[in-house]
Design a protein around this ligand. Sequence first.
Ligand code: CP
Ligand code: NVA
Length: 308
Amino acid sequence: MKSFLDIHKTDSADLRKIIDNAIEMKIARKGRLRGACDDDKPLDGHMVALIFEKPSTRTRVSFDVGVRQMGGQTMVLSGADMQLGHGETIADTARVLSRYVDLIMIRTFDESVLLEMAEYADVPVINGLTDRTHPCQIMADVMTYEEHRGPIAGKKVVWSGDGNNVCSSFLHAAGQFGFDLTFTGPSQLDPEDEFIGLARGKGSAIQIERDPVKAVEGADLVVTDTWVSMHDSQSTKERRHNMLRPYQVDERLMAAAKPDALFMHCLPAHREDEATSAVMDGPHSVIFDEAENRLHAQKAIMRWCLGV
Ligand code: CP
Ligand code: NVA
């Protein structure tokens, strides 16, 4: 039984297989008429629980659609409506759900909830975002980069802004897929030392550069994310905005990267804060391909977990 908890916890050969399978399934599906797809149905007879303790558009819809495309069925559960949100332990919830469903995807706050769910469940568990990481997103992002520009190994990725959960999974991916990452942002919001160390330990060049224009020199990919994540208190909003404003990705910053650099944002975005609309809708941007690829990447992740 294989859970997909984080990119650095998954074997790099398996990560590569997942990306390749995602691309194969995407191509196979595009070759057919919309609505007339006759995929083989590897999830036939499977029930998947999708648990959300935080809001979601992409994760919710892409997992639900992905399961259905593969012939399975889903139950979308809100954490607040479950006994989980009213005092039942995570361990008991995991053991009970395992009697009903074949796979659990959970989006939660503290990663200890995810880890305890995985420890006590008898079925695979997928991380649909915690305060600390967002691995499914970065699998879609690696897939998106490679579709547009070929292998990501050896490329320079620049993260501009908050060293948050999405940034952490990018650091994990740097180590596992063999690319370099430069972080540019205020020191108060640096990514976790542990994750920087992990990526460096795998041979990736990880740099911290406070000057965003210097940071993006030679960048193949520029990435940003919201300045206030779902787990951040709204009371920190003004302080965060003030610290992060110099790291906004605008056309001037993109012009300092390589001419063929891509721009990514996992969405949802706050336009004109972390990135301007000119960049988000401009020639470097692949943000909607990233969103689409959540579907394909997660289908491949679920197949890997279930061995189907
Ligand atoms: N990128 C992402 O995970 O989006 P949602 O919060 O809409 O799921
Ligand atoms: N960093 C963001 C990502 C949302 C998909 C958050 O955690 O809110």
